[in-house]
Design a protein around this ligand. Structure first.
Ligand code: GDP
Ligand code: MG
Length: 184
């Protein structure tokens, strides 16, 4: 079950000097860093990294709509629309703004069940819901109501692939095969 997953240390973590802390949590758990690269991504690069098919936009938009429903807020009043695809597009634009603020650190992380283990160490997408002991839970309290009101992405410190298939695509997007190392 040795898997590889992509971790990105996002601009809020870079600015706050949390790169070392985050890497050390991955290493402490027994995961292996097999590739690393700092990149100041161009907008087009970031736009290509996040999917733009309607299915993905709809799913991101629906998550936003759900958090509005949970908080009893009217999406139309807040965002000018309640169409999930349009909201997904808006969230993606904010995400690209966020991810291009500073350089980011790209890591390929390898280990037993690496994809799900890293997601567990990272914690819930929404930092205010992330458990203490997780990266997002320990270092952020951001929430979608605040982020959407300020028309920006939720700042949640790290990206981690969601499934082995997503991991394969995401790793290949940033790394050539000869930039990923194999060592004992
Ligand atoms: P992740 O896999 O846990 O990072 O979450 P997703 O893949 O669903 O979303 C990608 C990124 O978009 C998240 O990490 C957040 O930075 C941002 N994001 C997700 N949902 C929302 C939202 O409802 N509002 C805002 N402003 N940003 C969001
Ligand atoms: Mg994701």
């Amino acid at each position: 079950m040795i898997e590889r997953t992509l971790v990105i240390i996002k601009p809020d973590a870079v600015k706050r000097g949390l790169m070392g802390e985050i890497i050390s949590r991955l290493e402490r758990a027994g995961l292996k860093i097999v590739a690393a690269k700092m990149v100041w991504a161009r907008r087009e690069q970031m736009e290509g990294f996040y999917p733009s098919d309607e299915g993905w936009l709809r799913s991101v938009g629906n998550k936003t709509l759900n958090s509005y429903k949970e908080m009893g807020l009217d999406p139309k009043a807040e965002l000018g629309t309640d169409d999930p695809v349009e909201i997904g597009r808006m969230v993606k634009r904010w995400l690209v703004d966020y991810m291009t603020e500073t350089p980011i650190l790209l890591l390929v992380v390898e280990g037993n069940h690496a994809v799900s283990v890293v997601r567990k160490l990272v914690g819930n997408t929404l930092p205010y819901k992330a458990e203490p002991g997780t990266i997002r839970g320990d270092f952020s309290v951001d929430s979608p109501d605040l982020a959407n009101r300020e028309k920006r992405s939720i700042r949640n410190l790290v990206h981690a692939s969601d499934s082995p298939e997503e991991a394969r695509r995401e790793i290949a997007y940033w790394f050539r095969e000869d930039e990923i190392y194999s060592y004992k």
